[in-house]
Structure formats: structure tokens, C-alpha cells
Design a protein around this ligand. Structure first.
Ligand SMILES: Cc1cc2nc3c(=O)[nH]c(=O)nc-3n(C[C@H](O)[C@H](O)[C@H](O)COP(=O)(O)OP(=O)(O)OC[C@H]3O[C@@H](n4cnc5c(N)ncnc54)[C@H](O)[C@@H]3O)c2cc1C
Length: 470
């Protein structure tokens, strides 16, 4: 319950007081519900910039399917606000969840009206040391703001590819992105983490201070604390080199086998990232390949993608872009709201026959009313810096408003097809592309037992139990 530790007297006084005392914190009406009571009692403890909202309109999510539905949203303004809020929740036995970019699609969220959402979006700064070799990213900064800050500081930081995703939301699960062939996963570039832990402590976690917590946070961060800021390696580059050749190609359906073969056989150089999609364009299902090659304008991009262009795309667009613009091509994936159940799988190979079967199902599926924004896609990255990861990461992202059951059946069917020809011995899924219906061994692999035992040490009461909870 919200107000377990408030006495009946306190509660009665608060109800009588109305909302005038902390009007700057409360956006509406008289104080006549539990959320308002929390705002009244927590509000005075927070910084002047913090505020409350009663609706998730204040913190919209990428998908509303199985999304958190809190009674109250706390818009924190300082890292201390996060600490104070967690302490308050602990004292009053209130369920809480941090939200960053709001793109987590896992179906393990269960925050209901009795719970409190800690909206991190006010913690959005990225700052640099003098020689730009280290950056400190706050807990609610989006990929777009980190990439912009890096670009204007003459540097690059390994982030995810979608501007709207929470930078640390992605990195704490691994952090795949178009620079990973050059710099490795985002998570492997972390240097230190400022964390609010389950017991309401603020710690600076490094390999030296808390080796086991450090290990657990880097991959399963949402299960072990709220990272209010992280210091990460930043890579100085000249303006001329701070960009990428970016291309997109459209193919016809009869070219599927050739395209899949070509993408699968591509020699992925460290500068490259490649994406293969099925999508709907102007009402017609299409096969797309896009990709980038990081480096200066005269880079080898066109040569690196020669085997793709050799298949004969019907549409071809390519240009060199400064690095702060390269992600813009994916902005259409950022649209918030709607039901988007999504399913993912890790694959080591691309099998043309599998993709033909998926295409056949995709065409039938997107003929259903309300499904035309659906996408089947694979991210392909060079893995030299991360040899333990699979080379391809598949994600199926679906958007549907009326035909939810069809959508879920289609998603599961595609995932089964992927699993059947994954090229890896046991099914595996990147935690940030998982759903929650997989056995946890698929999400956590061999690390499951160690993570469970660390969870018992660092979060014995399971306060952080909403993101593939251990
Ligand atoms: C359109 C789209 C594009 C994507 N592109 C990429 C990509 O290029 N690379 C990639 O690796 N992944 C990508 N993903 C997957 C993405 O990494 C996950 O969905 C991730 O969980 C989103 O983080 P978020 O902060 O946006 O979401 P949220 O829902 O806000 O957060 C997800 C979970 O992480 C927790 N969390 C967030 N921030 C913190 C923090 N500071 N401290 C502790 N816990 C925190 C939240 O509490 C929640 O449990 C993409 C997803 C979508 C929908």
C-alpha cells in the first residue's frame, strides 16, 4: 500500500490540508487521494526543480502494451532526488520503478496504481573531462543528447542507434550500436557508476570499490539499482572523421534469398553496422537494407557494401553524414504509444529459407487492419571487440492497435523460426530485446546462478523486480 507507514492522523491532516502548500509540486486539484498524499509528504524533501504528475502522459512510453501504470510520477531534477525518493518509498513500503527513455518492451513490468514512477528525464546532462577521453552521462539522458554532446565536444561515445532510447537504459543491458566494431559494447566502456541501491544508499561503484556489484550492474543494471550517472570512455575524433557514410537500399521480394545471402556473407569491418528489415512502405511490404560505415567522407563505405549493391536494389540512397545526424534515419521507430509487443532472438547465421518463411508470414500479417507499422529486422554488427556475443541480433517490432492476439501469435511464430535456424547451440536473447516469456536461462545464460546470488546480497527484498527480475 502507498501509505503503510503514515499514521491515520497524518493521513487525515494531509487530506484536510489540500494541495496549496506544495502547489509547485502538484499539478492539480485538492489532495484527496493516496498519490496526492505522497506528493505532499515527499515533495518538500526534493529539490526545487522536482515535480509530480498523475499521469504517464508526463513520461510516455514507446509501447503501451503491458506498460507500467503508476499512480504517481515523480519528475526528479537532481541525482539526490532519486536517492530521497527511493528512501521515502522504502520507509513507506511503496513500489517504485525508474523510467528513462521508456522504450523497455519487456512484459515483466508490473507497476500499478499503488506504485510510483521515478521519471529520470530531468537528469539529462553529458559532461566531459578536459581532454574529452571521459564523459559523464546522467541517468535519464537519451541517445540523441549524448550523441549531440559528443559531437559538439569533438568525440564519439558508443551508444545505441535510436535517438529516443535512454542511453543508459540501453547500455546497462549491453548497449549495441553502430560504433561497437570500433569501441565495443557500451557496457564495456563504462568506468564508474553512481548508483542508488535497494537499501537507499548512494554508492560510486567501480571495479575497485565493489567488484561484484560492478559486474552485475553491467548487463543487469535495472535489477541492482538506479544509475543516476555513469562515467564512460569517450573517443576524441576530428570533425572530418566524426561522421559516417550511410546508405539504404530497397529490394523486391523475389530478391530475398540473394539479399539475405549477401548480408549473411558480408565481411563486417569494424566501422560497419548493417540492418535488414521487412517493413511496409506506401502500403506495400518491402525488403530493406540500411547500413553505416564510420569515418571521414572519403571512407571505404561504398566498397564495403559492394556485395549488397551487387544484388541490384530498386532504390538506393547513400550520403556521408556528420555523426550527430546518422541516427536520424531511425527516427520513425521512435514514435511513442500504441501496442507494440516485440520479440527478439540472438542468431549467429542468416538462413535464406527462414527469411522466405518469415516473409510469407509477414505479408499475411500486415494485410490485417492496423498492422502496417510492423517491422521485422536484424541488426548486424562486427563482434571482434565482443567475441562472446552473437554476430547478429534479431528483433521483431510490431505495432498494432486492434489485433493484439494476432500480433502476439505472429511474433512468437517468427521467433520460433529464428530459433530453429539460429546457428547457436542454445537459444539466447539480448536482455534488451527479450520479452519475458523466455526461460531465464535464455536471457541470462550461464550467469543466472551468480546473478541470483548477488541479487540476494544487494536487493534481498526484490525492490528492483520489474525488468526480467532475478
Ligand atoms: C525503437 C527502439 C530502438 C532500440 N535501439 C537499440 C539500440 O540501438 N541498441 C540497443 O542496445 N538497444 C536498443 N533498443 C533496446 C533498448 O536498449 C531497450 O528497450 C532499453 O530497455 C530501453 O531503455 P530506455 O531507458 O529507453 O527504457 P526504460 O523503459 O525507461 O528502461 C528500461 C529498463 O531499464 C531501467 N533503467 C533505465 N534507465 C536506468 C538507469 N539509469 N538506472 C537503472 N535502471 C534504468 C528501467 O527501470 C527499466 O526497467 C531499442 C529499443 C527500441 C524500442
Amino acid at each position: 500500500m502507498f501509505f503503510n507507514n503514515l499514521t491515520i492522523l497524518q493521513l487525515g491532516l494531509l487530506l484536510l490540508q489540500g494541495s496549496t502548500t506544495f502547489a509547485k509540486h502538484i499539478s492539480s486539484q485538492t489532495c484527496n487521494n493516496c498519490s496526492c498524499v505522497i506528493a505532499e509528504t515527499l515533495g518538500p524533501k526534493l529539490s526545487a526543480g522536482a515535480s509530480f504528475a498523475y499521469s504517464t502522459v508526463a513520461a510516455p512510453r514507446w509501447s503501451e502494451f503491458d506498460a507500467p501504470d503508476p499512480g504517481l510520477v515523480v519528475n526528479v531534477a537532481t541525482e539526490s532526488d532519486v536517492l530521497i525518493t527511493v528512501q521515502y518509498c522504502n520507509e513507506n513500503n511503496i513500489t517504485f520503478l525508474a523510467q528513462n527513455g521508456g522504450h523497455g518492451w519487456g512484459q515483466t513490468f508490473h507497476l500499478g496504481l499503488e506504485g510510483l514512477l521515478i521519471n529520470l528525464s530531468g537528469l539529462n546532462s553529458t559532461t566531459f573531462n578536459a581532454d574529452k577521453t571521459e564523459a559523464t552521462i546522467q541517468g535519464g539522458a537519451l541517445v540523441r543528447s549524448v550523441v549531440d554532446a559528443a559531437y559538439s565536444n569533438g568525440a564519439q561515445i558508443p551508444t545505441g542507434n535510436c535517438n529516443c532510447v535512454g542511453a543508459l537504459g540501453a547500455i546497462l543491458g549491453g548497449g549495441f550500436g553502430r560504433l561497437m566494431g570500433l569501441y565495443g559494447l557500451g557496457v564495456d566502456n563504462l568506468l564508474s557508476l553512481n548508483v542508488v541501491t535497494a537499501n537507499g544508499s548512494q554508492l560510486t561503484v567501480t571495479p575497485e570499490t565493489e567488484a561484484e556489484l560492478w559486474w552485475a550492474l553491467r548487463g543487469t543494471g535495472p535489477n541492482f539499482g538506479i544509475v543516476t550517472s555513469a562515467t564512460i570512455t569517450s573517443y576524441p575524433v576530428t570533425t572530418a572523421e566524426n561522421g559516417a557514410w550511410a546508405a539504404s537500399f530497397i529490394f523486391t521480394e523475389d530478391q530475398i534469398e540473394d539479399v539475405v545471402e549477401a548480408v549473411g556473407a558480408l565481411d563486417l569491418l569494424p566501422e560497419m553496422a548493417v540492418f535488414l528489415y521487412y517493413a511496409v512502405s506506401d502500403g506495400t511490404p518491402v525488403v530493406l537494407v540500411s547500413g553505416s560505415y564510420a569515418g571521414a567522407n572519403n571512407s571505404d563505405g561504398p566498397n564495403a557494401f559492394a556485395s549488397i549493391t551487387a544484388v541490384g536494389p530498386v532504390v538506393e540512397q547513400a550520403a556521408w553524414e556528420p555523426f550527430n545526424e546518422v541516427n536520424a534515419g531511425g527516427d520513425s521507430f521512435c514514435a511513442k504509444g500504441g501496442y507494440k509487443p516485440a520479440y527478439g532472438a540472438g542468431l549467429a547465421e542468416l538462413v535464406p529459407a527462414t527469411w522466405r518463411s518469415i516473409w510469407n508470414e509477414f505479408v499475411d500479417f500486415v494485410a490485417i487492419n492496423g498492422t502496417s507499422a510492423s517491422t521485422v529486422m536484424v541488426d548486424c554488427y562486427p563482434m571482434e571487440k565482443d567475441p562472446d556475443s552473437t554476430r547478429f541480433l534479431f528483433v521483431l517490432s510490431l505495432e498494432i492497435y486492434y489485433q493484439l492476439q494476432c500480433c502476439i501469435s505472429f511474433g512468437k511464430s517468427v521467433r520460433s523460426l529464428w530459433y530453429e535456424t539460429s546457428g547457436i547451440a542454445t537459444n539466447a536473447t539480448y536482455i534488451n530485446y527479450a520479452v519475458g516469456d523466455e526461460p531465464y536461462s535464455v536471457v541470462y545464460g550461464d550467469n543466472l546462478a551468480t546473478l541470483e546470488s548477488l541479487k540476494s546480497v544487494w536487493d534481498p527484498s526484490r525492490k528492483f523486480d520489474q525488468f526480467f527480475p532475478l
